[in-house]
Write a protein that binds this ligand. Structure first.
Ligand code: FMN
Length: 194
């Protein structure tokens, strides 16, 4: 199985990185791309410097023998840009409302928008972990539009009924939900009802 993970400039870079790690653990081939704004947020939140972005990201977050295929967001000639590559799952996490808008309107400007557009046209699973608050009517309408086109919308809103103790527990709740909606079994958070 193949997956694409797009990290955009919404808060929560760690969500996309954790999703990519979990997919790799399950033996999927993972393409990973970070938008221009995503790199700014990654620097802010995780201290990943823009000057050596790819090496630092791959070195700090991925095992040397389980690396994602890292693609720059302008790599529009790479496999995730084409339906013929047969990518099974597309995760945009975190998904900014700007990227949400491009996906909802089909106005792809970069590889992340295009990979999402391809997932929708090919009838593949597209997960949007949208993060913004508060939400304007424009954001809400774009979520509805994307959902009607087949996207699975997960607001980046962790729960507390599993008694999270750490930030990792909060992150893993959402990572687990993202895997759940595409049918990938996981034990990333305790289930309320079994
Ligand atoms: C530190 C920081 C945090 C941000 N957080 C969010 C956010 O949570 N949600 C959002 O939609 N945009 C957020 N933005 C704004 C987006 O980065 C901006 O709209 C950008 O154009 C998105 O581009 P992209 O979708 O191509 O990554 C944030 C920007 C910065 C610098």
């Amino acid at each position: 199985l193949k997956a694409f993970v797009g990290i955009t400039g919404a808060s929560g870079t760690i969500y996309g990185l954790r999703i990519a790690q979990e997919l790799l653990k399950r033996g999927l081939n993972v393409y990973l791309s970070v938008s221009k704004a995503g790199k700014i947020v990654a620097q802010e939140e995780l201290g990943i410097k823009n000057s050596n972005f790819k090496a630092e990201l791959l070195g700090r977050f991925f095992n040397p023998v389980q690396q994602p295929i890292y693609l720059e967001p302008d790599a529009l000639n790479s496999p995730p840009a084409s339906g013929s590559a047969g990518i099974d799952f597309c995760f945009i996490a975190p998904c900014s409302v700007s990227t949400l808008s491009h996906i909802a309107c089909g106005t792809g400007q970069n590889l992340i928008h295009r990979a999402a557009d391809v997932a929708l046209k090919e009838g593949k699973k597209l997960v949007l972990l949208v993060r913004e608050t508060p939400l304007s009517i424009i954001h809400l309408e774009n979520m509805l539009k994307a959902a009607k086109a087949g996207a699975l919308i997960l607001p980046a809103a962790p729960a507390f009924y599993h008694h999270p103790k750490t930030i990792d527990d909060l992150v893993d709740f959402l990572v687990g939900k993202c895997l759940d909606v595409v049918g990938l079994a996981n034990d990333l958070f305790p289930r309320y009802l079994k």
